[in-house]
Write a protein that binds this ligand. Structure first.
Ligand code: NAD
Length: 252
Protein backbone atom coordinates (compact mmCIF):
# COMPACT_ATOMS: atom_id res chain seq x y z
CA UNK A 1 0.00 0.00 0.00
CA UNK A 2 1.14 3.52 -0.75
CA UNK A 3 -1.40 5.48 1.24
CA UNK A 4 1.32 7.70 2.77
CA UNK A 5 2.90 8.69 -0.55
CA UNK A 6 3.60 12.45 -0.38
CA UNK A 7 2.94 12.57 3.37
CA UNK A 8 5.45 13.72 6.01
CA UNK A 9 5.29 11.83 9.31
CA UNK A 10 7.15 13.02 12.44
CA UNK A 11 7.70 10.52 15.27
CA UNK A 12 9.25 11.13 18.69
CA UNK A 13 11.10 8.39 20.58
CA UNK A 14 11.64 6.79 17.17
CA UNK A 15 15.01 5.11 17.77
CA UNK A 16 13.66 1.83 19.12
CA UNK A 17 10.56 -0.04 20.25
CA UNK A 18 7.17 1.23 19.10
CA UNK A 19 8.59 4.42 17.57
CA UNK A 20 10.91 2.50 15.27
CA UNK A 21 8.20 -0.04 14.36
CA UNK A 22 5.91 2.84 13.37
CA UNK A 23 8.66 4.61 11.41
CA UNK A 24 9.28 1.36 9.51
CA UNK A 25 5.55 0.94 8.80
CA UNK A 26 4.96 4.52 7.63
CA UNK A 27 8.07 4.34 5.44
CA UNK A 28 6.84 1.07 3.95
CA UNK A 29 3.64 2.85 2.98
CA UNK A 30 5.50 5.63 1.18
CA UNK A 31 5.84 8.34 3.83
CA UNK A 32 8.84 10.57 4.33
CA UNK A 33 9.53 9.93 8.01
CA UNK A 34 11.20 12.35 10.45
CA UNK A 35 12.59 10.38 13.39
CA UNK A 36 13.45 12.18 16.62
CA UNK A 37 15.02 10.73 19.74
CA UNK A 38 17.20 11.79 22.61
CA UNK A 39 19.47 8.75 22.14
CA UNK A 40 21.81 9.63 19.28
CA UNK A 41 23.49 6.24 18.98
CA UNK A 42 20.21 4.35 18.90
CA UNK A 43 18.92 6.80 16.31
CA UNK A 44 21.94 6.17 14.07
CA UNK A 45 21.51 2.39 14.41
CA UNK A 46 17.78 2.68 13.72
CA UNK A 47 18.15 4.66 10.54
CA UNK A 48 20.62 2.05 9.30
CA UNK A 49 17.81 -0.51 9.60
CA UNK A 50 15.36 1.80 7.84
CA UNK A 51 17.77 2.48 4.98
CA UNK A 52 18.49 -1.21 4.58
CA UNK A 53 14.85 -2.17 4.54
CA UNK A 54 13.30 0.65 2.51
CA UNK A 55 14.36 2.89 -0.28
CA UNK A 56 12.55 5.91 1.18
CA UNK A 57 13.83 9.27 2.30
CA UNK A 58 13.92 9.94 5.98
CA UNK A 59 15.31 12.52 8.34
CA UNK A 60 16.75 12.08 11.82
CA UNK A 61 17.19 14.64 14.56
CA UNK A 62 18.46 14.40 18.11
CA UNK A 63 15.62 16.04 20.02
CA UNK A 64 14.78 16.05 23.70
CA UNK A 65 11.01 16.56 23.75
CA UNK A 66 11.16 18.05 27.24
CA UNK A 67 12.93 21.09 25.74
CA UNK A 68 10.43 23.23 23.83
CA UNK A 69 13.16 25.14 21.97
CA UNK A 70 14.54 21.85 20.56
CA UNK A 71 11.05 20.75 19.60
CA UNK A 72 10.29 24.04 17.82
CA UNK A 73 13.57 23.86 15.91
CA UNK A 74 12.78 20.26 14.91
CA UNK A 75 9.27 20.99 13.64
CA UNK A 76 10.37 24.19 11.87
CA UNK A 77 13.21 22.24 10.25
CA UNK A 78 10.80 19.60 8.97
CA UNK A 79 8.41 22.09 7.39
CA UNK A 80 11.28 24.15 5.94
CA UNK A 81 13.01 21.11 4.39
CA UNK A 82 10.05 18.94 3.44
CA UNK A 83 7.40 21.56 2.85
CA UNK A 84 4.73 20.10 5.12
CA UNK A 85 3.89 18.08 8.22
CA UNK A 86 0.96 15.68 7.93
CA UNK A 87 1.31 13.39 10.93
CA UNK A 88 2.75 13.87 14.40
CA UNK A 89 3.21 10.78 16.57
CA UNK A 90 3.83 11.66 20.22
CA UNK A 91 5.47 8.40 21.21
CA UNK A 92 8.41 9.28 23.50
CA UNK A 93 7.82 8.07 27.04
CA UNK A 94 9.67 6.67 30.04
CA UNK A 95 8.81 4.78 33.24
CA UNK A 96 10.15 5.29 36.76
CA UNK A 97 7.88 2.97 38.75
CA UNK A 98 7.56 3.00 42.51
CA UNK A 99 4.94 3.09 45.25
CA UNK A 100 3.70 6.61 45.74
CA UNK A 101 5.66 7.29 48.92
CA UNK A 102 8.92 6.31 47.19
CA UNK A 103 8.50 8.39 44.04
CA UNK A 104 11.08 11.16 44.21
CA UNK A 105 10.54 14.64 42.83
CA UNK A 106 12.90 13.69 40.00
CA UNK A 107 10.95 10.52 39.19
CA UNK A 108 7.70 12.49 39.10
CA UNK A 109 8.97 15.32 36.91
CA UNK A 110 10.97 13.11 34.54
CA UNK A 111 7.98 10.95 33.64
CA UNK A 112 5.51 13.85 33.33
CA UNK A 113 8.03 15.94 31.39
CA UNK A 114 8.74 13.34 28.70
CA UNK A 115 5.27 11.88 28.11
CA UNK A 116 2.93 14.73 28.82
CA UNK A 117 4.86 17.99 28.54
CA UNK A 118 6.85 16.60 25.60
CA UNK A 119 3.62 15.68 23.82
CA UNK A 120 2.28 19.16 24.45
CA UNK A 121 5.45 20.80 23.10
CA UNK A 122 5.21 18.79 19.89
CA UNK A 123 1.45 19.27 19.41
CA UNK A 124 1.75 23.02 19.96
CA UNK A 125 4.57 23.27 17.42
CA UNK A 126 2.74 21.09 14.88
CA UNK A 127 -0.61 22.86 15.12
CA UNK A 128 0.45 25.95 13.13
CA UNK A 129 1.71 24.15 10.01
CA UNK A 130 -1.19 21.66 10.16
CA UNK A 131 -3.73 24.49 10.38
CA UNK A 132 -2.13 26.31 7.46
CA UNK A 133 -2.34 23.22 5.25
CA UNK A 134 -5.87 22.41 6.52
CA UNK A 135 -4.82 18.86 7.29
CA UNK A 136 -3.21 17.05 10.18
CA UNK A 137 -3.18 13.88 12.21
CA UNK A 138 -1.89 13.77 15.80
CA UNK A 139 -1.52 10.37 17.44
CA UNK A 140 -0.33 10.40 21.05
CA UNK A 141 0.70 7.53 23.26
CA UNK A 142 -1.32 6.85 26.35
CA UNK A 143 -1.22 3.40 27.97
CA UNK A 144 -3.61 0.82 29.37
CA UNK A 145 -2.34 2.21 32.69
CA UNK A 146 -4.14 5.52 32.23
CA UNK A 147 -7.11 4.22 34.20
CA UNK A 148 -4.86 3.64 37.24
CA UNK A 149 -2.07 1.15 37.96
CA UNK A 150 -0.31 0.10 41.14
CA UNK A 151 3.19 1.57 41.46
CA UNK A 152 2.79 4.04 38.61
CA UNK A 153 1.37 7.28 40.03
CA UNK A 154 3.67 9.40 37.85
CA UNK A 155 3.19 7.34 34.66
CA UNK A 156 -0.59 7.08 35.10
CA UNK A 157 -0.89 10.83 35.66
CA UNK A 158 1.08 11.44 32.46
CA UNK A 159 -0.90 8.90 30.43
CA UNK A 160 -4.29 10.13 31.71
CA UNK A 161 -3.09 13.65 30.92
CA UNK A 162 -2.46 12.51 27.34
CA UNK A 163 -6.12 11.47 27.10
CA UNK A 164 -7.32 14.90 28.28
CA UNK A 165 -4.88 16.67 25.99
CA UNK A 166 -5.95 14.55 23.02
CA UNK A 167 -9.64 15.25 23.53
CA UNK A 168 -8.95 18.99 23.69
CA UNK A 169 -6.66 18.97 20.64
CA UNK A 170 -9.48 17.16 18.84
CA UNK A 171 -11.89 19.99 19.64
CA UNK A 172 -9.47 22.73 18.65
CA UNK A 173 -8.33 20.94 15.49
CA UNK A 174 -11.69 19.75 14.17
CA UNK A 175 -12.53 22.80 12.06
CA UNK A 176 -9.03 22.83 10.57
CA UNK A 177 -8.93 19.27 9.25
CA UNK A 178 -6.79 18.12 12.19
CA UNK A 179 -7.69 14.97 14.10
CA UNK A 180 -6.16 13.98 17.44
CA UNK A 181 -6.38 10.47 18.86
CA UNK A 182 -4.58 8.39 21.45
CA UNK A 183 -3.43 4.79 21.47
CA UNK A 184 -3.44 2.89 24.76
CA UNK A 185 -1.16 -0.11 24.31
CA UNK A 186 -1.27 -3.09 26.64
CA UNK A 187 1.90 -5.15 27.13
CA UNK A 188 3.98 -4.87 23.98
CA UNK A 189 7.40 -6.49 23.45
CA UNK A 190 9.81 -3.52 23.45
CA UNK A 191 12.93 -2.53 25.42
CA UNK A 192 10.58 -0.67 27.84
CA UNK A 193 8.71 -3.86 28.64
CA UNK A 194 12.00 -5.77 28.95
CA UNK A 195 13.03 -3.28 31.63
CA UNK A 196 10.07 -4.28 33.83
CA UNK A 197 10.89 -6.86 36.48
CA UNK A 198 10.19 -10.47 35.47
CA UNK A 199 7.57 -11.51 38.07
CA UNK A 200 5.52 -8.31 37.53
CA UNK A 201 5.63 -8.88 33.79
CA UNK A 202 4.56 -12.52 34.10
CA UNK A 203 1.71 -11.61 36.45
CA UNK A 204 0.40 -9.06 33.97
CA UNK A 205 0.80 -11.38 30.97
CA UNK A 206 -1.40 -13.95 32.72
CA UNK A 207 -4.16 -11.34 32.92
CA UNK A 208 -4.29 -10.81 29.13
CA UNK A 209 -7.38 -12.58 27.73
CA UNK A 210 -5.39 -13.43 24.57
CA UNK A 211 -2.67 -14.91 26.83
CA UNK A 212 0.22 -13.32 25.00
CA UNK A 213 1.95 -9.94 24.78
CA UNK A 214 1.60 -7.75 21.71
CA UNK A 215 4.16 -7.04 18.99
CA UNK A 216 5.32 -3.53 18.03
CA UNK A 217 3.78 -4.24 14.61
CA UNK A 218 0.33 -4.51 16.26
CA UNK A 219 0.71 -0.93 17.44
CA UNK A 220 2.13 0.24 14.10
CA UNK A 221 -0.96 -1.17 12.40
CA UNK A 222 -3.26 0.87 14.67
CA UNK A 223 -1.18 4.05 14.25
CA UNK A 224 -1.07 3.68 10.46
CA UNK A 225 -4.88 3.50 10.46
CA UNK A 226 -5.57 6.37 12.89
CA UNK A 227 -3.10 8.65 11.07
CA UNK A 228 -4.50 7.85 7.62
CA UNK A 229 -6.63 10.10 5.46
CA UNK A 230 -9.37 7.46 5.65
CA UNK A 231 -9.70 7.91 9.43
CA UNK A 232 -10.68 11.57 8.98
CA UNK A 233 -13.98 11.31 10.86
CA UNK A 234 -12.41 9.72 13.94
CA UNK A 235 -11.16 12.17 16.53
CA UNK A 236 -10.72 12.40 20.29
CA UNK A 237 -10.73 8.64 20.89
CA UNK A 238 -8.50 6.36 22.91
CA UNK A 239 -7.86 3.15 20.99
CA UNK A 240 -7.01 0.18 23.23
CA UNK A 241 -4.56 -2.20 21.56
CA UNK A 242 -4.05 -4.68 24.33
CA UNK A 243 -5.28 -8.22 23.67
CA UNK A 244 -8.36 -7.45 25.77
CA UNK A 245 -6.62 -6.70 29.08
CA UNK A 246 -8.53 -3.42 29.59
CA UNK A 247 -11.89 -5.22 29.48
CA UNK A 248 -11.53 -5.95 33.16
CA UNK A 249 -11.39 -8.92 35.45
CA UNK A 250 -12.68 -12.33 34.50
CA UNK A 251 -13.20 -15.25 36.90
CA UNK A 252 -11.71 -17.69 34.38
N1 NAD B 1 5.85 -1.22 25.46
C1 NAD B 1 4.71 -1.23 26.11
O1 NAD B 1 4.25 -2.28 26.59
C2 NAD B 1 3.91 0.04 26.28
C3 NAD B 1 2.68 -0.06 26.91
C4 NAD B 1 1.90 1.08 27.07
C5 NAD B 1 2.37 2.31 26.60
N2 NAD B 1 3.59 2.38 26.01
C6 NAD B 1 4.02 3.71 25.54
O2 NAD B 1 4.44 3.64 24.20
C7 NAD B 1 5.51 4.58 23.97
C8 NAD B 1 6.72 3.85 23.38
O3 NAD B 1 7.13 2.84 24.31
P1 NAD B 1 8.29 1.79 24.00
O4 NAD B 1 7.91 0.55 24.70
O5 NAD B 1 8.61 1.76 22.55
O6 NAD B 1 9.48 2.49 24.83
P2 NAD B 1 11.06 2.39 24.65
O7 NAD B 1 11.66 2.70 25.96
O8 NAD B 1 11.43 1.11 24.01
O9 NAD B 1 11.36 3.58 23.62
C9 NAD B 1 11.12 4.93 23.98
C10 NAD B 1 12.01 5.83 23.17
O10 NAD B 1 11.78 7.18 23.63
C11 NAD B 1 13.04 7.84 23.69
N3 NAD B 1 13.00 8.97 24.62
C12 NAD B 1 13.02 8.92 25.99
N4 NAD B 1 13.03 10.16 26.49
C13 NAD B 1 13.01 11.02 25.43
C14 NAD B 1 13.02 12.42 25.31
N5 NAD B 1 13.09 13.23 26.40
N6 NAD B 1 12.98 12.97 24.07
C15 NAD B 1 12.94 12.19 22.96
N7 NAD B 1 12.95 10.83 23.02
C16 NAD B 1 12.98 10.26 24.24
C17 NAD B 1 14.01 6.76 24.14
O11 NAD B 1 15.36 7.09 23.87
C18 NAD B 1 13.51 5.55 23.35
O12 NAD B 1 14.14 5.46 22.10
C19 NAD B 1 5.78 5.24 25.32
O13 NAD B 1 5.09 6.47 25.40
C20 NAD B 1 5.21 4.25 26.32
O14 NAD B 1 4.84 4.86 27.52
C21 NAD B 1 4.37 1.29 25.83
Amino acid sequence: MNRYQGRVVAITGAAQGLGLAMATRFAAEGAVVALADVNEQALTDATGTLTDAHDTKHRTDVVDVTDSAQVNTWINGITADLGRLDVLVNNAGIIRDNRVEDITDDDWHAVIDVSLTGGFHCARAAFGPMKRQGYGRIVSFSSMSWRGNFGQTNYVAAKAGIVGMTRTLALEGARHGITANAIAPGLIETPMLASMNGPARDKLTNKIPMRHTGRPEDIAEAAAFLASEAAGYITGIVLDVDGGISIGSSIR
